[in-house]
Design a protein around this ligand. Structure first.
Ligand SMILES: NC(=O)c1ccc[n+]([C@@H]2O[C@H](COP(=O)([O-])OP(=O)(O)OC[C@H]3O[C@@H](n4cnc5c(N)ncnc54)[C@H](OP(=O)(O)O)[C@@H]3O)[C@@H](O)[C@H]2O)c1
Length: 323
């Protein structure tokens, strides 16, 4: 088993692996294909075998399919896993319809999640977003009730503002904030990251590869059927300019004997003891490469070169993370 670093989720919170496994892409969520199910389950189990115990899913990932996969993988070894579940997103045929954060809905969602996962308690339960349709107090208060009932252990939040984070944390202590963060997407550095740090909340950082941009494998133009073509970051001259920045990442990575993805993950990992890289891996072959990324040390010269090439705003165009 790899000797993975650990991270505390929140003040005096549970200790989990500092590398998290994102399970979303194992299921069809945004209209993408469902991956090989046996390989997905084997990947989750191999991650657990290697000490990656933080598993991230959502009740809307594949309309429950993703929770079923996680449930299969943890059967008979529940205590090896720390299961994080998002709720509140309503999808129909792969299309996002909106949020349902009503307490009555949350109390319904949780029971279906518990059955699909085959567990008695969800370790970290979090609204996938907050909006103005239901007061924050009611959404967070409902999760706090579920914690009292024993159906949930810890409260998380996702994709929210610094102001919403403060508010949520004032209703019930937030253990973790799940948010997009990478060399290409640094907008949270201004308010949200300092607020999480001040409040002692762990940051579960997803999209470390910026939807594949930082893997070094992307070429312009993208295949016509790629869903990324919807976002201006991946279109025409924007993509060409953005890939020029990725050349800097590629050359520093190559000089260190790393892949660009490893360096992109290592950069996120280096941003703080309270920041967890949450990485999608749908096949076992990803694990050794990404686990190794957690051991990478970045020198101050390399960090400066990366931070210069990828200064906030350097990557142009919008994605679903930056509009
Ligand atoms: N809270 C939210 O709003 C939110 C939004 C999006 C995602 N998430 C969570 O965060 C997790 C990660 O987010 P993400 O999928 O957007 O970003 P990501 O971790 O950057 O993954 C993007 C892609 O990178 C690929 N990849 C992983 N390791 C690689 C490597 N070493 N070399 C080349 N490619 C590699 C993965 O491929 P394979 O799948 O083929 O292995 C995946 O398709 C998700 O699984 C989900 O649990 C949360």
């Amino acid at each position: 088993m790899a000797n993975l670093q650990r991270i505390a989720l929140g003040k005096n919170g549970p200790q989990v692996s500092k590398l998290g496994l994102g399970c979303m892409r194992m299921s069809s969520t945004w209209g993408s294909a469902t991956r090989d199910e046996a390989e997905s389950v084997a990947t989750i189990q191999a991650a657990l075998d290697n000490g990656i115990n933080f598993l991230n899913t959502g009740d809307f990932y594949g309309h429950g399919h993703n929770e079923l996969l996680v449930g299969k993988a943890v059967k008979g070894r529940r205590d090896d896993a720390f299961i994080s579940v998002k709720f509140g997103a309503i999808f129909h045929n792969g299309q996002w319809l909106g949020l349902d954060l009503r307490p009555i809905a949350i109390k319904n969602f949780i029971n279906y999640s518990l059955v699909r996962l085959g567990v008695e308690t969800i370790d970290l339960y979090q609204p996938c977003r907050l909006d103005n349709s239901v007061p924050v107090e009611d959404v967070i208060g409902t999760v706090a009730d579920l914690i009292k009932e024993g159906k949930v252990r810890h409260l998380g939040v996702s994709e929210i503002t610094a102001e919403q984070l403060r508010k949520a944390n004032s209703v019930y202590p937030v253990s973790a904030l799940e948010i997009g963060y990478s060399l290409a997407d640094r907008q949270i550095e201004k308010d949200l990251l300092p607020t999480a740090k001040e409040l002692g909340i762990a940051v579960v950082a997803f999209a470390n590869t910026a939807e594949g941009l930082l893997t070094g494998e992307m070429k312009a133009p993208l295949p016509a059927d790629s869903y990324l073509n919807h976002f201006s970051r991946f279109q025409g001259d924007n993509l060409v300019k953005n890939l020029e920045k990725v050349e800097v990442l590629k050359s520093i990575a190559a000089a260190k004997g790393l892949t660009p993805t490893q360096l992109a993950i290592a950069w996120v990992n280096a941003q703080g003891d309270h920041i967890m890289p949450l990485v999608s891996m749908s096949k076992r072959s990803r694990l050794p490469e990404n686990i190794r990324a957690m051991e990478v040390q970045i020198t101050s010269e390399e960090m400066n070169a990366l931070n210069t090439a990828f200064a906030p705003g350097a990557i142009v165009g919008s994605t679903y993370l930056v509009r």
